[in-house]
Design a protein around this ligand. Structure first.
Ligand SMILES: [Zn+2]
Ligand SMILES: [Zn+2]
Length: 225
């Protein structure tokens, strides 16, 4: 299968771009699993009225202003990214990686389906922080739904394996994206770089971007020579 859009995997150490050869199951199996993942999250957490009322999420009119919704969404993204950064680093400890996180790293060249593909315990561990932001800065139900939709789109885009030239996310400051996370998957269990799921600043602050910086410099040098 040929693609006109360059895969981020083309910029990583030599390997064939052949997603299908790396899949343990059929695309239909991954599609069903992805659909089931969305459904269980939707009904299990984001429509649980008792939980939402306890958190302070309101469900009645009026709808939130654009300013309120956008400022809360920013908080949700920042909180989720920061908490998941440390959880992801924890998942790369020897025992947790071997018993839990390894499943997500079966994809050394991730695709969109790989975003929710993980051990059930990892789904719980890295999924829970998405409710911390709404609990800290509760807003309207529609803001929560927007948050969940945007968070899933972000996770799929981060795993999609392509660096789309027209993606609007490239204008978001400190946004990681597919190339950033692709490097983490390519290195695998030995990865000590690019732990953040959304932005890049945590890896920069805690000096966990050295491998990626070296890789980018190597690619640029190869192109110029
Ligand atoms: Zn990882
Ligand atoms: Zn991943």
């Amino acid at each position: 299968m040929r693609h006109s859009i360059p895969s981020t995997s083309n910029q990583l150490p030599p390997r064939r771009f052949g997603v299908m050869q790396e899949l343990a199951h059929t695309p239909a199996w991954y599609s069903l699993r992805l659909g089931f993942h969305f459904l269980k999250q939707w009904y299990g957490a984001y429509n649980n009225l008792m939980l939402l009322q306890f958190m302070g999420i309101r469900t009645s009119l009026p709808l939130p202003s654009l300013w309120e919704a956008c400022s809360q969404l920013l908080v949700y993204f920042l909180v989720d990214d920061y908490v998941n950064y440390w959880l992801h680093r924890m998942l790369h400890s020897k025992w947790l990686y071997e018993n839990i996180h390894r499943a997500h790293h079966e994809f050394t060249a991730p695709i969109g389906f790989a975003a929710p593909y993980a051990h059930w315990a990892e789904v719980l561990i890295v999924g829970s922080p998405s409710l911390i932001g709404p609990a800290l800065a509760p807003g309207h139900m529609v803001t929560l739904w927007a948050w969940i939709i945007l968070r899933h789109l972000e996770a799929i885009e981060t795993h999609i394996g392509y660096k789309f030239p027209l993606t609007p996310t490239k204008y978001i400051p400190f946004y990681g994206g597919a190339e950033f996370h692709d490097y983490h998957h390519n290195v695998g269990g030995q990865s000590r770089s690019n732990f953040a799921s959304i932005f890049t600043y945590c890896d920069y602050i805690y000096r966990k971007n050295k491998g990626y910086q070296y890789h980018i410099a190597y690619i640029q040098k190869s192109k110029s020579s």
